[in-house]
Write a protein that binds this ligand. Sequence first.
Ligand code: PLP
Length: 374
Amino acid sequence: MPVVQPIYQTTLFRMPSYEIAVGSEHATRPSSYYTRWGNPTVGFLEKQLAALAETETAVAFPSGMSAITTVLLALNDPGDTLAVSTRLYGDSFRFCAEDMRRFGYKVCFFVPEDTEQLEQLLRRGCRSVYFETLSNPDLVLPDCKEICRLAARYGATSICDATFTPPGVLETSTLGADVVVHSLTKYMSGHFSVHGGAAMCSNALAEEIWHKQTLYGSCMDPHAAWLVSEGLKTIHVRVAQQNASAARIAEFLDAHPRVTSVRYPRLRSHPQHDRARELLGGGGGVIAFSVGGPASNIARLLEAPQVIGLSVSLGGIYSVIEHAQSMSHSMVKDAGEEASRGSKPAGDLFRLSVGLEDVDDLLADLAQALAQLS
Ligand code: PLP
């Protein structure tokens, strides 16, 4: 028996009989029939994900966006109203604000810190509530348990994107969410080598999601699933180190004269610090911070680091920095008033994702980069 799971790099499985072939064609989530329906390597990853999230099952996708779009389309019908957080990753916001509306869904945005506003929407009738546990990029931590509780009370399905709060930061099983989605591209795979997405939920919801997944063709490739699966085996040590390094870096930035503000859940100044202490086992690897000075400081701060890379992703073993408004969230700039209520980040906000490099090297790198600002 191999220690490492083999990769079933195949689209087909030869059927032992006509009866079994027909049975597989009509089965839900057959593990070995046709890879768009299911594949043992993908299935192994789904078991790992469900075990981590303590859900009945998980459905794996080729990217976080394919998980989000497929789940939202699978669990809602055109004409339904969805309550959607204003504080979302740029493409998630754009999908809800533009495409879902174009497809005939009624999308009502709510500010996730404002659960009264959410309750008003729910009273009028919503099929689903969609939000991020810790928002990208401004690290707002809404009352996730209350959002899920309200959704359940009014009969809506709660769907939360927990990409910013992997195991080791937040145990999502405590929230009461019906569906937890993740971009596996980030902390879960951890090495910036593969895209992936997942929905962790009950068998009943997974069945609905799977039917649309097979129809839309958003199945995960076995090799990608294998890469995520290998990455997942080290998530607890990776995230523990990221929590520790990011906390030190956040304190360093907080004390630095060139830095005008720092947002990190473990800092006392975080607007939901008490909730973060109660809910989160660590602050995570992402820090949002601002520097003052002229606009030319943006490029300077992004280009000056030697260890930290200028790049958009997060949660991996390599530290990366980006300017949220012009990079990860550039697509929400034209979303009008709704964007200004949440998803459009401030123009001076940088998002730093701390990896596994020696923390002293990272501190020195940031110090020399900040010294170059005018
Ligand atoms: N959700 C969040 C919170 C993200 O930050 C991202 C990407 O940055 C996604 C979803 C989309 O994930 P992917 O790039 O794997 O499609």
